[in-house]
Design a protein. Structure first.
Length: 65
């Protein structure tokens, strides 16, 4: 996989890497890991929300009255 960044993104990433004493590669990998974890968490919340909304539909309806 090739990752193509805009010039401004490339420069900002390079500066951040230098400031942190890390490689640009390491920062990108960390960002990807965070994104994947966050999206997995969002999907879990959505799935559980749907599950409990269905199982407690009557209660939720009564609370809304």
């Amino acid at each position: 996989m090739n990752l193509r960044l805009r010039d401004d993104q490339q420069e900002a990433l390079k500066l951040r890497a230098e400031e942190e004493g890390r490689s640009m590669h390491a920062i990108v990998l960390q960002a990807i890991d965070r994104y994947l974890e966050q999206e997995a968490d969002h999907e879990t919340v959505r799935r559980l929300g749907e599950k409990y909304a269905k199982s407690h539909a009557d209660l939720l309806r009564r609370l809304g009255e």
